[in-house]
Design a protein. Sequence first.
Length: 535
Amino acid sequence: MEEERDSLEGVWDLVNDVPGAAIEDPVPDFSGATPWDPAKANRIRHGLRTAALIGATTDNDEFIASAGWGNQVDFYRTADDDGVISSAAVTAAIRMVINNPLGRETSAKVINLSLGTSSGAMPADWKTVIDEATAAGITVVAAAGNSGDSGNAAYYPAAYGPVLSVAAVMRDCLRWPDSTYNDAVDLAAPGDHVTTLMPADGLEMNLSGTTYAAALVSAAAALLIRYDSTLTSLQVEQLLRWTAQPRPQGGTAAEYGAGLLDAAAALEYLQAPDCDTINGTYLCPKYTQVTLSPDWSTDGRGEVLALRRDGALLRFNSTSANAALATPVTLKTGLAGQTIYAPGDWDEDGKKDILVRGADGKLYLYKGTASGGLSSPLQCGNGWTNYQIAPAGDLNADGHLDLLAANLTSGALYLYRGNGLGGFLAAPYPQVGQGWNGWQLFGAGDGDGDGKADIYGINSTGQLYFYRGKGTGQFYAGVQAGQGWNGMMLGSGADLSGDAKADIVGVNLITRNLYFYKATGSGGFAASRVIGTAW
């Protein structure tokens, strides 16, 4: 063992963090090559270099300190011994990460892809599996590419919408000359004269490339999630963008995206009290979720429910047809890290209830009280971890509220029929759609005013589609109702204006403004209005 350790040197600075780097636990291999042989350690040098920046053991007086300061990392081979990447291996590796093959107590939250192709189009199987990863809440980070001044053609998967594309800068913060620049770039990070680990030699210095820039952003993303495990992949990306340092004078968005990575500022943002100022920008990280409730206060208009970062659930009355909001009332506390669904009268006792999914995948009913508050939780389901849930009212016209649930892996959409008692009818659960992996699914309520419940869907490029309900649990084909909806935290399912059509509200994750989108009755919306700031 000592002889092998001497031959591998810097690999041992990863052993505590990267099970695949330990000789006793070979690197999971999807390339068709034989399992990792220490005598061929150089064949994993690219994976080792990037993994070390993300998760090398820190504060142990050996080799380097990783940017992730203790991130746990697994890495997967996607290339053969000659360094040729297999498209199928990339797909298999991402899917294995989603499925947690090593049995981690906590599944992966960040995937780093320091690889890609500039062939002109992204392989279809990459798109499918990346959609699965983002739907499962995983932040996907990729190198923007090293084509540099030879062109700015798209480099995939970095150029794919849901992926955080990272360009490289030099020590003077100017673009590294070979860093690909295009409209897909989201962020820039150091990628020149980088020092990392290398088998046999221990350290390798003066490395350059967007490979290393992407690894540093992945490390920062993992740090944020370790501090606040409730963050979504979209919130992680937006946090890194909000807190980025400004581009240097003359720098363009194509070269730098939102700016230069500032991991310390991003972490400071999460640690700051409400309404703090970071880098001169007013930020107010108040709410982790918004949703709409049917008329709680019996004034003819719905309300906005907002889950504050500290776990308090607040209710904002809509006071006019323009959805002006009154001073909020606290409905419940202690809900941090949980997901709020489906305000409505689930047990049909004349009071508004809510459904809540806990981190354990169990579904709970909080029954409304006579005073307008909420009772203690009652479990009404389990096994919901791998599903995206969308309450949409009475979908099959049987007089009871129902749920829709999309399987994050298969994309199949199922109807869960309410029983009017706060729970659901037993199986079978009818399949009413497919192809929903990679989409955001929203219950619309009655979006067109025809008395039947509808739904909305947002695809990975931010296009909004309206699906008109048939009143049977089935839906007509989707009609595009807008675009540019990525980057929003949305709430839907109730009428805020009092015109009997269900509207949408959304928090812009950059400006923190709350917008009201009034339904027109055709599945679309009137021009947006700001109804809240510093959300």
